[in-house]
Ligand binder design. Structure first.
Ligand code: NDP
Ligand code: HSE
Length: 443
């Protein structure tokens, strides 16, 4: 290696991801250095508890519990924020960027909540911000979107972005186990966020969708502007019924932009995906993302979306890019909100209201098993302009009524929601109806 530049790196957070980065960077350091032409030194790390036992051994004099000291340490050029959360992580990131450092992060919650502020701090402070591991685990999806497909406009992006939910749903389907049993297993595998609600309620997927939405369209969409539903209400019965209809259930993120009306939409929800679709065949903690560009057409990206090794791969790739930026041999393009401005109207892209979204739907009703119920259900659907495509009915054990599984033709979200509200209020309805969208993506 001709260049003797040494880049010093600090890591904040030595949990699942931080320890993986430390371990793999030590192990593959020589190879990486030969590829990028720069020497890398893992100089310091910060944690919350100095006494915790860890699988990576770090000398005491390199370990601190003073996180902020790494943000301003003049000896460090790259700092990795691998703590999670949005309070200390935000303060640390802004301080490091202000000090002109390159920050590498896997923290999608932070980017979703404070991305605008962080990118601005990177621009004004002379630092840089890399976040490949924030979406899709080991899949280089951010690089694909920002570099490989930079020539395209994206009418449709959709995918499975949460490994934990995909693990739970696929094992429910394959093993017939309950949601609760699989939750315990997912915890052991290190896929889950410290706050499990982020995974199970679709919030983590929404954070990732917000990052992709911003990169593709230059507009930050906040959580309250999205449709966000999680997987807690998906039962074994839904999995079985979906299978009988030829579908698998996946937690999907869908990002659309209509270039004629120039509005975008982000939705996160469980959906029935046809068995023949590549996403239906994603197992375990895998993620899969489909990007449809107006020039390239449809492209798919699949890989492990959570866990130590896959995530470390993405963080280390950012460290390599960061080292190249510092060395001055790589130009970094920070995403710019100006990219959301429509060329002809010169206005920023708007948002498609939920009421104008259309889809195919799956509806599970638990109803009294008595004459006239099916007719009343059909009448509510017709009264709301929702056309039924199929009906499956079976008796529930122990005289607990009947389960009705309906699917619809293309319908309007507002009409379907009105129908679901009315159905929930019928005397014959025993349990709150459960609605999912059926994935039907036309290119
Ligand atoms: P962990 O909970 O395993 O680790 C968090 C680390 O941060 C721990 O070492 C902890 O210290 C340290 N830390 C937390 N709070 C503080 C604090 N206040 N002061 C000092 N140190 C602190 O998290 P993960 O490694 O799983 O996740 C890290 C980030 O990576 C998150 O943003 C997550 O969303 C993201 N991510 C995680 C993936 C995964 O598969 N796990 C995949 C993709 C992204 P201590 O050990 O002493 O408690
Ligand atoms: N909890 C997240 C998941 C980690 O399961 O996908 C990866 O972002």
């Amino acid at each position: 290696m001709a260049d003797s530049t040494v880049i010093k790196i600090g890591i904040c957070g030595l949990g699942v991801v931080g320890q993986g980065v430390w371990k793999h960077l030590q192990r593959n350091r020589k190879l990486l250095e030969s590829r990028i032409g720069v020497k890398l030194d893992l100089t310091r790390a910060a944690v919350r508890s100095l006494d915790k036992s860890r699988s990576v051994k770090i000398p005491d004099n390199r370990l601190t519990d003073d996180v902020m000291s790494l943000a301003t340490d003049p000896g460090l050029q790259i700092v990795c924020e691998l703590m999670g959360g949005t309070d200390l992580a935000r303060d640390f990131t802004l301080a490091a960027l202000k000090a002109g450092k390159v920050v590498v992060s896997a923290n999608k919650a932070l980017i979703c909540d404070h991305g605008r502020e962080i990118f601005k701090a990177a621009r004004t402070g002379g630092g840089h911000y890399f976040f490949e591991a924030s979406v899709g685990g080991g899949i280089p999806i951010i690089k694909a979107l920002r570099e490989g497909l930079v020539a395209n406009r994206f009418k449709l992006i959709y995918g499975v972005l949460n490994g934990t939910c995909n693990y739970i749903l696929t094992r429910m389907e394959a093993e017939g186990l309950s949601f609760e049993e699989l939750l315990k297993r997912a915890r052991k595998l290190g896929y889950m966020e410290a706050d499990e609600s982020l995974d199970l309620d679709g919030i983590d997927t929404a954070h990732k969708a917000a990052v992709l939405g911003f990169l593709a369209h230059g507009r930050w969409v906040s959580m309250d502007e999205m449709l966000v539903e999680g997987i807690r209400r998906v039962t074994q019965e839904d999995i079985r019924q979906a299978a009988m209809l030829g579908y698998s259930i996946k937690l999907l993120a869908v990002i659309t932009r209509d270039f004629e009306t120039d509005r975008m939409f982000i939705g996160v929800h469980p959906a029935l995906v046809p068995r023949s679709h590549v996403l239906a065949n994603l197992t375990g903690a895998y993620n899969g993302i489909c990007l449809s560009g107006d020039i390239v057409g449809t492209t798919f990206y699949i890989g492990r979306g959570a866990g130590q090794d896959a995530t470390s791969s993405a963080v280390i790739s950012d460290i390599a890019d960061a080292a190249l930026v510092i060395k001055g041999s790589h130009k970094l393009l920070l995403p710019d909100e100006a990219a959301s401005v429509h060329e002809e109207s010169s206005r920023p892209c708007g948002l498609l209201p939920l009421e104008e979204v259309h889809s195919l739907y799956y509806l599970r009703l638990t109803v009294k098993d008595e004459p006239g119920v099916l007719a009343r259900v059909a009448s509510v659907m017709a009264g709301n302009d929702v056309s039924i495509a199929s009906v499956l009915q079976h008796e529930l054990p122990l005289s607990k009524g009947a389960s009705l599984i309906l699917t619809t033709h293309q319908s309007n979200e507002k009409d379907v929601r009105n129908a679901v509200t009315e159905l929930g209020e019928l005397d014959s309805t025993i349990e709150e109806p459960f609605l999912m969208r059926i994935a039907d993506f036309e290119e």
